[in-house]
Ligand binder design. Structure first.
Ligand code: SF4
Ligand code: SF4
Length: 218
């Protein structure tokens, strides 16, 4: 199962590229973006931001392509703040809804709004990803922000799995924290034994980088 998930994550970015290119010429495919808009929050009911870390075409693009050209610098603190994420969500979704209302009634025009939004946000993703960290977009993505709050609700607790510490072998080297693409201070969760942060993408980067194999999903 993990192998299948890894392969999906490695290649699903192709869908984003196909969507952007084909969408320009055949905008009727535009509404397909609804899948990626709803999936993060639906998945978050059961597993937190697992969609963002494993199945999102843009997340896959960020990890597979953008990470190779990213300067991997620290992300400005204001981008991580709750107020900025909520303002960004409101502005972006407000602009999106406004454009939909303007062209309501024409399937092609509505689809074109989706295509335009995906292309614009992809360009923004690439700019932020090159200047800062490859997953910078994922820190402010409106769908990710909504998934964050759905995760916090903990509606189906029994299904939740967390990055978990083996405290006995951890040597406090902080490599996990340094390698978390979304900027979570993984080590700061050692005392409670698991990473309960609602932004955890379940991407496994910390697990794979830990030199002592002190992290696992449970
Ligand atoms: S990378 Fe592993 S050993 Fe190092 S601080 Fe993190 S959990 Fe501990
Ligand atoms: S805490 Fe680990 S699994 Fe969660 S987002 Fe960071 S690196 Fe990925």
């Amino acid at each position: 199962m993990d192998k299948i998930k890894k392969n999906i994550h490695k290649w699903v970015w192709v869908l984003l590229v196909v969507y952007c290119v084909v969408g320009i010429f055949y905008p009727s495919i535009g509404v397909a973006a609804l899948i990626c808009m709803l999936a993060p929050s639906i998945a978050a009911i059961f597993k937190g931001r697992i969609w963002c870390g494993n199945f999102c075409p843009r997340g896959s693009f960020n990890d597979t392509i953008l990470s190779k050209i990213s300067k991997r610098k620290n992300v400005p603190e204001f981008l991580k703040t709750t107020w900025f994420k909520l303002v960004f969500l409101t502005v972006l979704m407000g602009a999106f809804a406004f454009q939909i209302v303007l062209v309501w009634g024409s399937v092609i025009e509505v689809s074109l709004v989706f295509v335009r939004m995906v292309i614009i946000t992809t360009v923004l993703t690439i700019i932020l990803g090159i200047i800062y960290n490859h997953r910078t977009w994922c820190m402010i993505c409106p769908m990710g922000t909504m998934a964050h709050y759905v995760t916090k609700l903990q509606l189906v607790k029994s299904k939740f799995r967390y990055i978990t510490f083996n405290k006995g072998t951890c040597v406090d080297c902080k490599i996990c924290s340094k390698n978390c693409p979304i900027g979570i201070d993984v080590l700061s969760h050692k005392n409670i034994g698991k990473v309960t942060h609602a932004d955890c993408l379940k991407c496994n980067a910390c697990v794979e980088k830990c030199p002592k194999k002190s992290l696992y999903i449970s």
